[in-house]
Design a protein. Structure first.
Ligand code: GAL
Length: 763
């Protein structure tokens, strides 16, 4: 076998060494270029002397699908030749191991060095699985995990100062595959790699009127101790002034951890914290930043205040359930004047139930009273064909529990709605997402002999759950798919639409999210409305036959411009995009791209840019506080309100912190979303880093959001005529619930990074 020295020479030339560890970057051997690829499987490819000259040159910055193998899935091999010079070790601060950083690999990999296995990514696989079983067991994928394999520096598999062959056997189980991103290199470990600073799991907690923050540091090394200092700098993002400065020194023995705390006065303006770690021995530094929560919504009043949508639709003869949302000191008593025939009010809880048979528009005077006073508002009830007159507000299990949802967790969410006070601001629906059905691959019967869909062991008493949720004055939602299986691989409604609609009604379901999932396998064109409409129409017809109203939520990720036909198949809301997750780029991409669908929103039919990603989220057992900064969360909620989007929380409601609760209970902001006119806000100005949205409201006023999508604080001047607003209108800051006077020539505002100024302008 002849060796190819050419590739080796190039890599050697690309070596970069620093001679001063305290100031320069750490030495490393880049592995970004020079890879060869073969889309088949053969363990011989691991051998260092294997002749790969006929293989394809391939980049590791994108999947193999984008480099000439568009449809390929399964096994593929990557090989590279590289000299590892002993100077790499000599110039490093930590010298006893060598790390192979191999970037992100979609989906699984085994790595060979000079023919010998040095690592494989099978973490989380069931014990006893062999690589091949594991690859074929489609339960987990590590497609987004950066690969980092470590060997002792004296490991005989490393050939110092000679050519080494790295061979990576990749298994892709579909969609896209291969080594596709990351900083691929060979390097000695850096001190900072053994150090962790956790601040993200320790949110700012309120303590004696202050925000208290815990920082946890850890030395993950088995042999080295790490010493250094952490500089803490908290700055106000509007004024740029320092709010807090601290300097903590640390000395961590191998495997030890240490926490320290600092406290700040509770903030009312955007702020951010920067933590700079200075490593004493290697001269390395690390910097972390995070947003500091700040409170905008004023404290709730003790006197009664009736909140929430004051227009409500129900079909004639269908069970009526409306919980008067009211804040204020308890006990509180409720009164409803002019209740139409067939309705009853529980004067202690404020829950109205019953049935109205006669179509019509009924104006009901609602009164909430406590020892400090009372509030009165008019509720317009429309008994007719349209439900969901305002965008649904509630909770869905997906963004927190994912497929680990259980009956207890759902009921706990319902209880928290009431106990936390969220229900007093209009939050109503408690929706189970995927994971309540029998798993498709399970041996268990999926349905009873007469075809009724069965719940899995995590939902022993679905009907009782419905009753308990209704008893709290809340509504109950569920999830299914028109395909044979749900996206999570659970039993779905294909062929059983009528049967399932009937079962759902029997369980007391008020809301169905119907997710395309495996129905896609039955289609020839996933974007053709002619193919998309029938399965959705079919379920809608089945729902219409039931003895209760069921809000119908279409989930097909916006395919075939669903907004153009969603209402025709009876949809009350439809997802306009793929899934959201707690990341600024993702939220930005979804939220700021809803313009095309805007004309199709209105009472009874809403565009759904997916759920809210605030609070503790995680799609499974392990939750984390949202990765959005407080400013990004203000942007998220403001934008969703301006878009008249359904507001479905996706967080663990039993873990609500002060900031999140404050964010979700601003009645003036929620009123923008719930405005009965049902207009979706649209962008009226788009400039670099500034987006201005305007939403017309039913009382002739408008809500205006000025978003700073840039990373620096920005001053902005809004000229009313530019967005069709008359000079002289009144301006109110909605988050602070404060009048700001009249808008004459211009409105000046300073907006924090990724933040928003949300105002209402009225005559
Ligand atoms: C996705 C859907 C998510 C969630 C998930 C459940 O298709 O967009 O919102 O419902 O399926 O498996």
């Amino acid at each position: 076998m002849r060796k190819t020295y050419w590739g080796t020479a190039v890599l050697l030339a690309a070596l970069f060494f620093s001679c001063n560890r305290r100031s320069g970057p750490a030495p490393q051997i880049p592995l970004q270029d020079g890879w060869k690829f073969k889309p088949t499987d053969n363990l011989e490819f691991a051998r260092p002397d294997f002749d790969d000259r006929g293989w394809t040159n391939i980049g590791v910055d994108k999947t193999w699908n984008k480099q000439g193998f568009p449809k390929y899935e399964g096994f593929g091999w990557y090989r590279i030749k590289v000299i590892i010079p002993s100077s790499l070790k000599k110039k490093a601060y930590l010298q006893d191991s060598v790390i192979f950083h191999l970037g992100r690999i979609d989906d699984f990999d085994q790595v060979f060095l000079n023919g010998e296995l040095i690592g494989e990514n099978l973490k989380n696989m069931p014990p006893g699985s062999k690589p091949n079983d594991a690859y074929k067991n489609l339960k987990y994928s590590f497609w987004d995990v950066p690969r980092r394999y470590s060997l002792p520096a004296d490991d005989p598999r490393i050939r110092w100062d000679r050519e080494n062959v790295i061979a990576v056997r990749v298994f892709d189980w579909g969609v896209a595959g291969g080594i596709y991103s990351g900083d691929l290199r060979i390097a000695m470990p850096e001190e900072r790699e053994y150090f962790s600073l956790r601040f993200d799991r320790h949110i700012f907690q309120e303590k004696n009127g202050q925000w208290q923050k815990t920082l946890k540091i850890k030395n993950k090394a088995e042999k080295y101790s790490i010493e250094g200092r952490i500089r803490i700098l908290v700055k106000n993002n509007i004024s740029g002034k320092a709010i807090y400065q601290g300097d903590e020194s640390f000395q961590l023995q191998p495997g030890t951890a240490h926490s320290f705390r600092y406290s700040l006065p509770k903030q009312q303006q955007s702020a951010s914290a920067q933590y700079t770690v200075l490593f004493e021995n290697s001269g390395d530094t690390l910097t972390f930043t995070e947003g500091v929560p700040y409170i905008l919504t004023p404290p709730e009043k003790e006197r009664p205040q009736i909140n929430g949508a004051l227009v409500y639709g129900q079909r004639p003869g269908k069970p009526f359930l409306y919980r008067i949302a009211a804040t204020g000191r308890r006990p509180m008593s409720f009164l409803a004047v002019n209740l139409p025939e067939g309705l009853m009010l529980d004067t202690e809880t404020g829950i109205i139930t019953g049935k109205v048979n006669k179509r019509g528009v009924y104006k009901i005077r609602l009164i909430a009273e406590n020892e400090l006073g009372k509030d009165e508002k008019t509720l317009t009830v429309k008994i007719g064909d349209t439900i969901a007159l305002t965008p649904p507000m509630g909770w869905n299990s997906w963004n927190c529990w994912g497929l680990s949802v259980t009956q207890e967790r759902v009921y706990a969410a319902a209880k928290s709605f009431v106990e936390s006070g969220l229900a007093d601001h209009g939050w109503t629906y408690i929706n189970i997402d995927d994971g309540w059905e029998i798993y498709g691959k399970s041996q268990e019967a999926k349905r009873t002999p007469d075809g009724e869909i069965r719940t899995n062991e995590k939902f022993p008493e679905m009907k009782k759950l419905g009753k308990d949720i209704h008893a709290l004055g809340l509504k109950f939602g569920i999830y299914s798919s028109p395909g044979p299986l749900t996206c999570g691989g659970y039993t779905a409604s294909y062929g059983y639409e009528e049967r399932d609609a009937h079962t759902f009604a029997d369980w007391g379901i008020d809301y169905l999210k119907y997710d395309l999932c495996t129905y896609r396998d039955l289609m020839t064109d996933q974007n053709d409305p002619k193919e998309l409409m029938p399965p959705y129409k079919k379920m809608q017809k089945a729902l219409a036959k039931q003895n209760r109203d069921i809000v119908y939520s279409l989930c097909e990720y916006g395919n075939g411009k669903v907004w153009e036909w969603g209402a025709k198949v009876g949809g009350n809301l439809w997802r306009t995009t793929g899934d959201i997750w707690d990341d600024w780029d993702r939220m930005f991409f979804i939220g700021f791209n809803q313009e095309e669908a805007a004309p199709y929103a209105g009472p009874g039919h809403w565009n759904d840019p997916d759920m809210l990603i605030v609070g503790w989220v995680g799609w499974g057992e392990h939750l984390h506080p949202t990765n959005l900064t407080p400013d990004e969360q203000y942007t998220h909620v403001s934008l969703w309100a301006l878009l008249a989007a359904p507001l479905l929380l996706g967080n663990d409601l039993t873990r609500l912190d002060d900031f999140t609760l404050n964010l979700l209970t601003n009645d003036e902001v929620l009123a923008v979303d719930q405005d009965p006119l049902g207009r979706q806000g649209i962008p009226v100005i788009k400039e670099k880093n500034i987006h201005v949205y305007k939403k017309e409201l039913s009382d002739g006023s408008a809500a205006v959001g000025i978003f700073n999508t840039g990373r620096a604080t920005q001053e902005y001047t809004l000229y009313p005529e530019k967005i069709g607003i008359r000079r002289g209108v009144k301006v109110r800051d909605l988050w602070r619930q404060k009048d700001l006077g009249r808008l004459d020539r211009e409105f000046k505002t300073v907006i924090p990074p990724h933040g928003v100024t949300l105002i209402k302008v009225s005559e």
